[in-house]
Write a protein that binds this ligand. Structure first.
Ligand code: AHR
Length: 619
């Protein structure tokens, strides 16, 4: 291959933010994934997910929990909403212990709890007792699936009012199917909530933090921005289910969990503060996606906040900007500071909407956000949305609203990606820039990854108009994915980087500052071609073997050829010149020409393309 590069005349500058991440809590990417909590349904808030769980599981407040009665204990396990620890966390577990012994509850984790020999864990819970007799004590045990004890801890001094208790547990064994048991020798009514177990070995050793191996896998991509928290979950299935950032900040016991339209639950332990912090840690520009008051159009019936109530939605977006950037004496800046980050997060972009359907509901509401954000924060770059598969009319709305860029998405075949490498070459430069906020070629082969790489060459050539790209989805749980393919697969112990990951990494780690015009010319002897011919020797039952083939005098391996009926197909070298001479011998077998060898010579003229030659032999 000969590559000629015009180093003196760069054609476009590449954005510093060209390669980034799109994080959505799909495929258990957050709870059970990046968020390192080991207890599933820690706050007893699970409930049905409107039939969205692909596995059809019955979610309920005691999901992943079991009652434990040992040493003669008898008890009832219930869920109550009386006197909750916080209105956002209304349910808790109640154990009514009629006979003492060792009565308690066991959590099964996310398909079991990962335990590691020698590892330390932070355990915490909220507890209170009523009508109590005996020791007001809790015994905390981590064990493997056979009941072999890995570690123990004690919590003492449980009183009649809710209180939080923390302790540490040390594991002496390794298991992928560990459990946690909290039990008591006392008798009476025991109330429990926010039962939590975290490995201490988290990313940056933060308490209640993120899985280190998964964050490191992201870090190694060298990402320059992160779009979050979705995707479809930003709008939700119906307005009730929309992602409200305010539910996701503050003390984790006071966050308001939500069900997830991908079929499971979100604790929001990984919430907006943690997203901003992750961006800061990895040097990524945060790209929060705010819903526009219209629910996900792919999950009808689509609902919309009445126009007269839209001020509240718009204010939520403005408050988010204040949470990220506001001074510590502002209402939401104070919340950020209270969570341990008085410095602003330096938000530069805000994404308004995700994959809208082109209808009045969206067209009426979108401009309200643009106007309000622009008035309050003229320097903030507004990223609009043009939808799934380039909904051009919506792109026109983006142009009319003069947004900084429009977020377009595509999940297509690898051939589609190859066929669209030139998509941006003729793009109208007077319209907003393009943010490719979600894309992937359908399939999980090396070909998919190569097709995406090819597409990115077209992006870099047009980096003046395309300034951000991110593959989607980012994470897929090996056993609980609602969407394939994904860039990174994981289970509780393993991380698998797909071929697509390596493409992203290659482009991101080797991104240039500018694009240099270039031409690529394939040299004759390295190119590949497909040559197909048909033989018309009078019978369909003719079998043809290529005995000898020379192309322009160069011998081609005849074993690469195969005959099919009266045709033969072969792969040899591809010749870049237009005039080609074929010569050789064919062995023919049919009733007329049994085992005959026919010599041939032929000259072909190629009229276009590099796809090879069709050669017809006859008579
Ligand atoms: O990436 C998965 C989903 O695909 C996103 O939630 C949505 O925006 C798109 O349709």
């Amino acid at each position: 291959v000969e590559i000629t590069v015009d180093v003196a005349n760069p054609s476009v500058e590449l954005s510093p933010h060209l390669y980034g991440l799109f994080f959505e809590d799909i495929n258990f990417a957050a709870d059970g994934g990046l968020y390192a909590e080991l207890i599933q349904n820690r706050s007893f808030e699970y409930h049905g997910v409107n039939g969205n769980d692909p596995a059809g599981r019955d979610m309920h407040p005691l999901f992943a929990w079991e009652k434990v009665e040992r040493d003669g204990a008898r008890c009832l396990l219930e869920v109550s909403s009386d006197s909750p620890i916080h209105a956002n966390n209304p349910h808790h577990a109640v154990l009514r212990i009629s006979k003492p012994g060792s009565a308690g509850i066991r959590n099964l984790g996310f398909d079991g709890i990962r335990l590691d020999d020698g590892a330390r864990y932070d355990f915490s819970l909220y507890a209170r007792v009523s009508d109590w007799q005996g020791p007001a004590r809790l015994d905390v045990v981590i064990e493997d699936a056979n009941g072999k004890v890995a570690g123990t801890a004690k919590v003492e001094g449980i009183g009649e009012g809710w209180a939080k208790f923390d302790t540490e547990i040390f594991s002496r064994l390794t298991s992928d199917v560990g459990r946690l048991i909290v039990s008591t020798p006392g008798q009476g009514t025991l109330h429990l909530d926010m039962v939590s177990l975290f490995p201490q070995d988290t990313w940056k050793a933060r308490k209640g933090g993120l899985r280190k191996d998964l964050v490191e896998t992201l870090q190694n991509l060298n990402p320059k921005f992160m779009r979050f928290p979705g995707g479809c979950i930003a709008h939700g299935q119906g307005l009730e289910n929309a992602y409200s950032w305010k539910d996701t900040v503050g003390d984790v016991a006071e966050r308001k969990p939500n069900w997830n339209l991908w079929g499971y639950h979100q604790t929001y332990g990984l919430g907006y503060f943690e997203y901003f912090l992750l961006c800061e840690d990895l040097g990524m520009a945060p790209l929060p996606v705010v819903p526009v008051g219209v629910s996900c159009g792919f999950r009808p019936p689509q609902q919309a906040v009445p126009m007269e109530e839209m001020d509240g939605c718009v204010q939520d977006a403005l408050d988010l900007i204040e949470f990220a950037n506001g001074p510590v004496d502002s209402e939401w800046g104070a919340v950020r500071a209270g969570m341990g980050h008085p410095e602003p997060f330096g938000l530069e972009f805000i994404c308004i909407g995700n994959e809208p359907h082109d209808n009045e509901l969206f067209r009426e509401r979108f401009p309200l956000f643009v106007k309000a954000v622009r008035e309050a924060h003229p320097d903030l770059k507004i990223i609009g949305t043009s939808g799934l598969g380039w909904q051009i009319p919506i792109y026109d709305l983006m142009a009319e609203q003069e947004v900084y860029s429009a977020d377009e998405h595509y999940y297509e075949s690898p051939e589609w990606f190859l066929g669209n490498v030139a998509r941006f070459d003729s793009f109208d430069r007077s319209k907003p820039k393009i943010f490719i906020g979600e894309y992937a070629s359908k399939g999980s082969s090396m070909f998919n990854a190569v097709a995406e790489a090819a597409y990115l060459t077209g992006v870099e050539r047009n980096a003046d108009i395309v300034d951000m790209t991110c593959y989607a989805p980012l994470f897929g749980h090996a056993h609980h994915s609602q969407w394939n393919p994904d860039m990174i697969y994981f289970d509780k112990r393993t991380v698998v980087r797909s071929a697509n990951y390596h493409v992203q990494q290659m482009f991101s780690q080797h991104k240039g500052d500018v694009f240099l015009p270039n031409t690529v010319r394939r040299a004759r002897h390295h190119a590949v071609a497909t040559v197909a011919g048909s033989v018309g020797f009078g019978s369909w039952r003719t079998s043809v073997e290529v005995e000898d083939l020379k192309v322009n005098g160069v011998a081609v391996d005849p074993s690469l050829w195969r005959s099919r009926g009266g045709q033969f197909l072969g792969e040899g070298s591809r010749w870049s010149q237009t005039d080609v001479a074929f010569e050789g011998a064919l062995r023919l077998s049919n009733e007329r020409y049994a085992g005959k060898t026919v010599a041939y010579t032929l000259r072909a003229r190629k009229t276009g393309g590099d796809e090879g030659f069709l050669i017809a032999f006859g008579g």
